[in-house]
Write a protein that binds this ligand. Structure first.
Ligand SMILES: *Cc1c(COP(=O)(O)O)cnc(C)c1O
Length: 357
């Protein structure tokens, strides 16, 4: 049966990307070697790095004074690396959920953290807006898309201090004004690659703001100056990331994927709002295009396991909500076809026809 993959991460990649990755595992570009067995210093892999850099810049309109690096350790390692590099005295964090909290916890090891805004008062069901950002912060950190709670910033905010964003789960899903950020980073396993690589897009002048002497691997300067090749980078995930960028360009780039993502999200949110058996869990204006959370409506709670079964019978995979939110979460990343959302919507409609009181 065809599967509809709504996994939150690692998550769906385009069929064509997976096919090309499979071919490269067997024979990389006619080299007679597997991409798993080539040197990261070979000219073949140089070409991969060069193309990834070029496409990333083109697709996200990254200005020339930014550098892209690829790192191991995931976004979770970057939580402490960001603070180790840039937190001298005090940094500001916006607390919009689990990932923000984890970033805050790590930052506190290096200095003072001021939580400038938080949506914890209402269980992270909205994005705080209109908050003041003190001018004496080393930087302000936000989580642009809250993968677990299903909220997302729909505007690039302005900050009087360097703005650093964890974009793990919405990178390249929508246009971003990169010039508003000092740094954008994330794990690549939600929208770009298999697990194993994180990306960081760093404005060059930030390297002059590194506040302490750091172990070589922790300093962003090391990775920028060595083009992510100080040590062995995650060769295969970077290769697949490059294939994803190629795919994204081939379908029309970020403008087109943003159009598709809005269309998919509208389809599902409209059904959640219309269907008497389900309800959304967050403020409508802050709803994520990537992670769509919903629960059984009041009076229908006990039907949740039966709905999971109905979804499973249609090949729908990965919609169990995070344990902190419960219910369901349909992650609709870039590579998820609209067809999969339509199958889920039909499943919800059929379920309502059968069970509505
Ligand atoms: C998944 C996720 C992370 C954690 O990423 P790892 O690469 O597993 O460390 C951090 N932030 C956000 C927003 C995420 O979605």
């Amino acid at each position: 049966m065809k599967k509809h993959n709504f996994n939150a991460g690692p998550s769906i990649l385009a069929d064509e990307v997976i096919e090309n990755a499979a071919k490269a595992v067997l024979d990389f570009n006619g080299s007679g070697l597997s991409v798993l067995s080539i040197s990261h210093r070979s000219k073949e892999f140089d070409a991969v790095m060069e193309e990834a850099d070029r496409l990333f810049r083109e697709l996200l309109a990254i200005p020339d004074n930014y550098r892209i690096v690829y790192l191991g350790g995931g976004a979770s390692t970057l939580f402490y690396e960001v603070a180790a590099n840039f937190l001298g005295r005090k940094a500001g964090y916006v607390n919009t959920g689990v990932w923000s909290k984890k970033a805050i916890k790590e930052a506190k090891r290096y200095g003072e953290v001021e939580v400038v805004a938080s949506s914890e008062d209402r269980n992270f069901t909205y994005i705080p807006k209109g908050f003041a950002v003190p001018a004496d912060l080393d930087y302000l950190h936000i989580t642009s898309n809250n993968t677990i709670y299903g909220t997302e910033y729909h505007e690039d905010i302005s900050s009087p201090v360097p703005l650093i964003a964890d974009m793990s789960s919405d990178i390249l899903s929508r246009p971003v004004d990169v010039s508003k950020y000092a740094m954008i980073y994330g794990g690549a396993q939600k929208n770009l690659a298999p697990a194993g690589v994180a990306f960081a897009i760093i404005r060059e002048d930030m390297l002059d703001r590194i506040v302490r002497d750091l172990p070589t691997m922790v300093s962003f300067r090391t990775h920028v100056e060595n083009n992510s090749m100080f040590n062995t980078p995650p060769v295969f995930p970077i290769y697949v990331l490059m294939e994803t960028l190629r795919w994204l360009k081939s379908i029309g780039g970020v403008g087109e994927i943003f159009r598709r993502n809005r269309e998919k999200a509208a389809l599902l949110y409209d059904e959640i709002d219309r269907n008497p058996l389900f309800r959304g869990t967050v403020e409508k204006e802050d709803r994520s295009l990537m992670n769509i959370c919903f629960v059984m409506a009041d009076g229908y709670e006990e039907l949740a396991p039966e709905f999971m079964e109905a979804a499973k019978a249609r090949g729908i995979v990965g919609i169990k909500g995070h344990r902190l939110v419960g219910g369901f979460r349909a992650s609709c990343y870039n590579a998820l076809p609209a067809e999969s959302v339509r199958v889920l919507v039909e499943c919800m409609q059929e379920f309502a026809a059968k069970h509505a009181k």
